[in-house]
Write a protein that binds this ligand. Structure first.
Ligand SMILES: Cc1cc2nc3c(=O)[nH]c(=O)nc-3n(C[C@H](O)[C@H](O)[C@H](O)COP(=O)(O)OP(=O)(O)OC[C@H]3O[C@@H](n4cnc5c(N)ncnc54)[C@H](O)[C@@H]3O)c2cc1C
Length: 427
C-alpha cells in the first residue's frame, strides 16, 4: 500500500471498471486515504477499451472530434468506400440525440471552450502521472513509458489555417509546439525518409509528448493502489437506501456496501446509469489497432506519429509498433472487419517498409466512449453516493491521471487543482 494522506480518512469506495480510468481513480483515491475496492467483469485490469489502444499520451494535442472542419469533411468521408469514418444509422433515439449534439458542438466558440478544458485536464494528467511514476516504487517498470515526442503529419495544405488557429489557442494554454515543413518532418523521424513518407504538406512537432502501454499501465496502477480486486465479477445494479446509493449488486450474488461508488465502466457506464433512470449521452466510437514486432529498428518510427490524412496513429512500444485508427459509429458491434486490419498493415508497409513483421498483427477492436462535444464527465451524479468518471472518447489514456486527481479532490471535499465545471454532469 502506498503512502496516504487523510482526505478519505479510511472511508470505503467501490470503483466499477478497472480500465485505465478506473485504475487511475483507484490510485488517486488510495493516495488520498480511501480504502478502495475495484470491480471488473474481466479477469485482468485494462482489458476493455483500454487494452490495445493507440498508446499515445497526447497532452498537447487535444483537438476535439467535433470541429467545423470535421463537419465539412463528413459528407466526403461518409461517401468514400475506404474512408476512415463509417456510420451505420441506428433505430435508437439516444444515437440521434448524440448526433444532433455533435453537430451543435462543431462551432469554433464551442471548440475553443472544449480545447481549453481538455488542455487543463491534460496538463493535470501529465503532472499527476509523472508524480506517480517518480514517487511510487516500481510503477514505471514494464509499462513501456517513454517520451519520444510526437509528429502530426498533414496531407492537405488547406488544413494549415485551422491548424495554426488551434496551435495558437494551445500556445496560450502553455503548449510548446511548432509547425514544421515536410523536410523537417523527415529529419525529425528519419524512418520517414526511406519512402519520403508520401505527400506530406506540413507537420506539427511537440517535443514533450509520451507513449505508454495502456493495459500494462492500468495493471501497474491497480497493483500500486493496493485496491482490493474483485475481478471476473459483473456489476448488475446499484442499490439505494434513504435517497443514497449504498450498495452494488454483483453477478456472483455478492453485494458490496461502501461509503461511495465510482462508475468508471467506459461505454458500459451508460447502461448502469440508465437502470437508475437517467444517463448522459455517450456514444461508442469503434476503432482498430494492430501490434507488430519491429524487425528493423531503423526503419520503424522512433517518435510517436499521427497521420492526420489517414487518421492513423503509430507508437513505438519497445520492440513493438502499435498502429491504431478509424472511427465507426455502429453501436456496440465489436466485429472485426478484416479490411480495416489489411488497411492498417498496408499503411505500415507503405510508410515504413521493412520495419515490421506481419505474421501475427494482433488485431484488436475497441469502443471509444465519446460525449458529443468531446469533454469527459467527471463528478457527482444526481444520486448521492454515486460518482462518474467516464466519456473520455479518443483521449482516455491521456486524460486518466488528471480525471482521477480531479474526482478524488471533489470526493474528498478539497479545492480541485482545475475548474471542475467543464466536466460536470448535465443536470
Ligand atoms: C483504437 C483506439 C485507439 C485509441 N488510442 C488512444 C490513444 O492513443 N491515446 C489516448 O489517450 N486514448 C486512446 N484511446 C481511447 C482510450 O482507449 C479510451 O478512452 C479509454 O481506454 C477508456 O477507458 P475506460 O477505463 O473509461 O474504459 P475501459 O477501458 O473500457 O474500462 C472499463 C472497464 O469496465 C468494465 N466493466 C464494464 N461494465 C462492467 C460491469 N457491469 N461490471 C464490471 N465491470 C464492468 C470493463 O470490463 C472494462 O474493463 C483509443 C481508443 C481506441 C478504441
Amino acid at each position: 500500500m502506498i503512502a496516504n494522506t487523510s482526505r478519505g480518512a479510511g472511508r470505503h469506495v467501490c470503483i466499477v471498471g478497472a480500465g485505465i480510468i478506473g485504475c487511475a481513480t483507484a490510485m488517486a483515491l488510495s493516495r488520498d486515504g480511501w480504502r478502495v475496492t475495484l470491480v471488473d467483469a474481466q479477469a485482468t485490469p485494462g482489458q476493455g477499451e483500454t487494452r490495445a489502444n493507440g498508446a499515445q499520451l497526447s497532452y498537447s494535442y487535444v483537438e476535439p472530434l467535433a470541429t467545423p472542419a470535421a463537419l465539412r469533411a463528413l459528407p466526403g468521408w461518409l461517401l468514400s468506400a475506404d474512408s476512415p469514418l463509417r456510420w451505420r444509422p441506428r433505430n435508437d433515439w439516444a444515437h440521434w440525440r448524440w448526433l444532433a449534439a455533435f453537430v451543435a458542438s462543431c462551432r469554433w466558440p464551442q471548440v475553443r471552450r472544449t480545447t481549453d478544458a481538455l488542455l487543463s485536464l491534460s496538463a493535470l494528467s501529465r503532472d499527476t502521472l509523472q508524480s506517480w511514476l517518480d514517487t511510487v516504487p516500481g510503477l514505471a517498470a514494464g509499462t513501456l513509458h517513454a517520451r519520444p515526442g510526437k509528429l502530426v503529419l498533414y496531407r492537405d495544405a488547406a488544413a494549415r489555417p485551422s491548424v495554426q488557429r488551434q496551435l495558437g489557442w494551445q500556445r496560450e494554454m502553455g503548449c510548446v509546439q511548432r509547425v514544421v515543413e515536410a523536410d523537417e518532418c523527415r529529419a525529425l523521424e528519419p524512418a520517414l525518409a526511406v519512402t519520403g513518407g508520401g505527400d506530406i504538406a506540413f507537420g506539427v512537432w511537440t517535443d514533450s509528448e509520451a507513449v505508454v502501454d495502456a493495459a500494462l499501465l492500468a495493471q501497474a496502477l491497480a497493483r500500486a493502489s493496493g485496491a482490493m480486486m474483485r475481478l471476473g465479477d459483473t456489476a448488475l445494479r446499484f442499490e439505494q437506501r434513504d435517497g443514497r446509493v449504498h450498495a452494488l449488486q454483483l453477478s456472483s450474488t455478492q453485494r458490496i456496501d461502501a461509503d461511495a461508488f465510482v462508475l468508471a465502466a467506459g461505454p458500459a457506464a451508460r447502461a448502469l446509469l440508465q437502470a437508475l433512470g437517467w444517463a448522459p449521452l455517450v456514444e461508442p466510437i469503434k476503432g482498430y489497432s494492430i501490434t507488430l514486432p519491429v524487425l528493423e529498428p531503423n526503419a520503424a518510427p522512433r517518435v510517436s506519429v499521427t497521420d492526420q490524412g489517414r487518421k492513423l496513429v503509430y507508437a513505438r512500444l519497445g520492440e513493438q509498433l502499435r498502429v491504431a485508427g478509424f472511427a465507426e459509429l455502429c453501436g456496440t458491434d465489436r466485429s472485426l472487419d478484416p479490411r480495416r486490419i489489411d488497411a492498417l498493415c498496408k499503411a505500415v508497409r507503405e510508410t515504413f517498409p521493412g520495419a515490421c513483421g506481419f505474421d501475427d498483427p494482433k488485431p484488436w477492436v475497441g469502443l471509444r466512449p465519446a460525449t458529443p462535444g468531446g469533454r469527459p464527465l467527471i463528478g457527482a451524479t444526481r444520486w448521492p453516493g454515486l460518482w462518474l468518471n467516464a466519456g473520455h472518447g479518443a483521449l482516455g489514456l491521456t486524460l486518466a491521471g488528471g480525471s482521477a486527481a480531479l474526482l478524488s479532490s471533489l470526493m474528498g471535499g478539497q479545492a480541485p487543482a482545475i475548474d471542475p465545471l467543464p466536466y460536470r454532469l448535465p443536470a
